[in-house]
Structures are given as C-alpha cells and as structure tokens.
Design a protein around this ligand. Structure first.
Ligand SMILES: [Zn+2]
Length: 156
C-alpha cells in the first residue's frame, strides 16, 4: 500500500464508521470540524473518488476523536482491511484493461476485465469492449502491454 492508498483507506474507514453508526455524513463533518466553513462539502470532496481531496492529519484526528476512535485504533483498522484485501487478491491495471491477481500468484491473463466495472471484456474488431458498461479500449495496445507484463514474469 503506498501513501495515497493509505490515505484513501483512512477515508474509507472513517466513512464506514460513520455509516455503521447510522450517522449522516454532512452533520457529522459539521460537528467534527466546527472550525471549517463548509465542513460537509469538504468531507464530500474528500470521500469522492473523482475529486479525492486530501485528508489532513488534523482533520482526520478531529473526525476520529468525534467518533470516539483513537488514531492507533484507526490505523489498526486500516491495516486489517489491507490484509484482507491482500488475501483476496487485487485488480492490476495493464494497458486499457485490468486483470485479477490473487496474492502470491501470477495475474490471470486469460480473462481481461473492464477497468470501469470489472466485467470480462470481449473482442470486437480491433477493440476490447465491455458489454456491461460499453467501455472499449484499443486491442493492439492492450495486447502489447500484456505481453510486456508477461515478459516481466518471464512468461510468453
Ligand atoms: Zn465495463
């Protein structure tokens, strides 16, 4: 997990705590961050995958404190979440597609998946297309990217 993943995992964990307690995001942010003018909007921008606004340590601390969770508890939750994901495997982006890689195994190159919705891609002319969300990507470029990735593992 790199530093960005860690930050995103912290945001996701804090959001889960809020939801698991049946709290609403907007008023929770306002109460946790009384020093902010637009606390609700800030928390929304932090949670959004599109904006992915940074979560500062001081805001994370204030939110955790409001929720009655210590920073060490919060970090432990993030680490156990990461551990679960490692066991389950991960999606690896290669070229215009993603492949699933179980922990300690080679990526599954047999099934190319859509980076938008993780459904299997099918060949359509010179493109890989997703029947589910209509995503499409250049087949030639993706095949080359996969060949390069395989070469790194020493397979043809
Ligand atoms: Zn898709």
């Amino acid at each position: 997990m790199d530093n960005l993943d860690f930050e995103r995992a912290m945001v996701a964990t804090l959001a889960e705590i809020i939801e698991s307690r049946g709290l609403k995001h907007d008023p929770t942010a306002q109460k946790a961050w009384p020093y902010k003018k637009a606390a609700g909007r800030t928390w929304q921008a932090v949670r959004s995958e599109q904006t992915g606004q940074k979560l500062t340590i001081r805001d994370a601390y204030a939110l955790a404190q409001f929720l009655g969770v210590s920073m060490s508890q919060l970090c432990a939750m993030i680490e156990s979440r990461e551990l679960q994901m490692q066991v389950a495997g991960k999606f690896k982006k290669i070229g215009g597609c993603v492949v699933f890689q179980k922990s300690g195994q080679l990526p599954n190159y047999e099934t190319l998946l859509c980076p938008e919705c993780n459904e299997a891609l099918t060949v359509n002319g010179d493109a890989y297309v997703c029947a589910h969300c209509k995503y499409s990507t250049n087949k030639h470029q993706t095949d080359e990217a996969i060949a390069r990735d395989k070469a790194r593992y020493g397979i043809q």
